[in-house]
Design a binder for this molecule. Structure first.
Ligand code: COA
Length: 349
């Protein structure tokens, strides 16, 4: 046994407003049928005017902290249930402001005191990167209990006229709490596989708003403030990189694909999930999917899928779980754990 980061709390938050495929079809040249058959998405949640990434992150974080307190109160982990969180890592590509990071504001609003807090930027892989960062700080002894949040509000950066991206992306936040424990416990993070390929930076991007555009006098070219994505190559790379990353982590952890109970992959497109399943030789029942209800929520995607799978009874204590993500950068990453007993309460949305 060695010191490890153990997952001990889970939460999530979605904005109230739901945009159905039918509503999109009233505004754009698209249809419920096209969106469902090409992506598997039926609806997405979007923020109200004035609502931001930190608002969703605070709500998800509060729920994960409550879940961790309730879980600690139920089981004796040898950890004081009121042990304070001493680290906040927020994965987001839609921070409240370009500067400073959003995590300190989230930590402050959650009443967590003067704890270290920072953002991680890896687009749809952000949650896995943030999880690896927080887990490493726990195993290194720098932190004892961490709140890890994935939150994004992509509706704020989409081109209102772009039917492809508006069909796919939704807003949301998901969060977990990690505590110091040992590698033999359920919930212990058993390993990570992370990677990036900057040669694909243009495939998923917002061109304006950074130093390259701002170092030139004058406003950005029209449309460059919006998020753009080259769907076809992104599709291919998502399948390839999530499959390769999953395979290499499974080898390291010593599990065969058949021994994995649930694969919780980034919820980008049901056809991507099925193709990853095919590459890994998985059966349909091993693949968790909630994108029909929430779309692609970027950094929130994996923790929200975990939350929904727990709430629906699909994910059970003792299950061998593989998390895998892919996103802009390009970036990808996977993590493995045995699902712990958790008190999560009922998701309110
Ligand atoms: N409604 C109707 N038609 C649409 C549409 C929509 N919402 N979005 C795109 N189309 C059109 C395209 O304009 C194209 O029309 P054309 O042939 O006249 O040019 C046609 O559908 C086919 O486009 P194509 O890109 O080949 O479709 P696809 O089957 O590859 O599906 C995506 C497009 C975007 C759904 C798919 O490529 C995808 O999911 N890519 C990955 C996206 C993703 O997951 N990104 C996040 C990764 S982190």
């Amino acid at each position: 046994m060695s010191r490890a980061a153990v997952l001990c709390g889970l939460g999530g938050s979605l904005p109230e407003r739901i945009v159905s495929n039918e509503e999109l079809a009233e505004q754009l040249d698209t249809s419920d049928r096209w969106i469902r058959t090409r992506t598997g998405i039926g609806q997405r949640h979007v923020v109200a005017p004035g609502q931001s990434t930190s608002d969703l992150a605070v709500a998800a974080g509060a729920q994960a902290l409550a879940s961790a307190r309730a879980t600690a109160g139920r089981a004796d982990h040898g950890v004081d249930p009121v042990d304070p969180v001493d680290l906040v890592v927020l994965a987001t590509s839609t921070p409240d402001r370009p500067c400073p990071a959003t995590a300190p504001d989230v930590a402050h609003r959650l009443g967590l005191g003067h704890v270290p807090s920072f953002d991680v930027s890896a687009v749809c892989t952000g949650f896995v990167y943030a999880l690896a960062t927080a887990a490493s700080m726990i195993t290194a002894g720098i932190a004892g209990r961490a709140l890890v949040i994935g939150a994004d509000t992509f509706s704020t950066i989409l081109d209102p006229a772009d039917r492809t991206t508006r069909a796919i992306f939704g807003d949301g936040a998901g969060a977990v709490v990690l505590r110091a424990g040992d590698s033999g416990e359920p919930g212990a993070l058993l390993g990570f596989d992370l990677g990036s390929d900057g040669s694909g930076a243009d495939l998923i991007t917002v061109r304006a708003g950074g130093s390259r555009q701002r170092s030139v006098p004058g406003p950005a070219a029209e449309g460059e403030e919006f998020f753009t994505m080259d769907g076809r190559p992104v599709f291919t790379r998502a399948v390839l990189d999530m499959s390769r990353s999953s395979q290499s982590l499974l080898e390291r952890v010593g599990w065969s694909a058949a021994e994995v109970d649930k694969v919780v992959a980034h919820q980008a497109n049901i056809r991507i999930l099925n193709a990853v399943g095919e590459q890994l030789g998985l059966e349909e029942k091993q693949i968790v999917a909630n994108l029909d209800r929430v779309g692609n929520t970027v950094a929130a995607s994996i923790p929200l899928a975990l939350r929904d799978a727990v709430a629906g009874g699909e994910l059970q204590p003792g299950h061998r779980v593989l998390l895998t993500g892919f996103g802009g950068g390009l970036t990808w990453g996977s993590a493995a754990l045995v699902w712990p007993e958790l008190e999560t309460g009922r998701p309110h949305r």
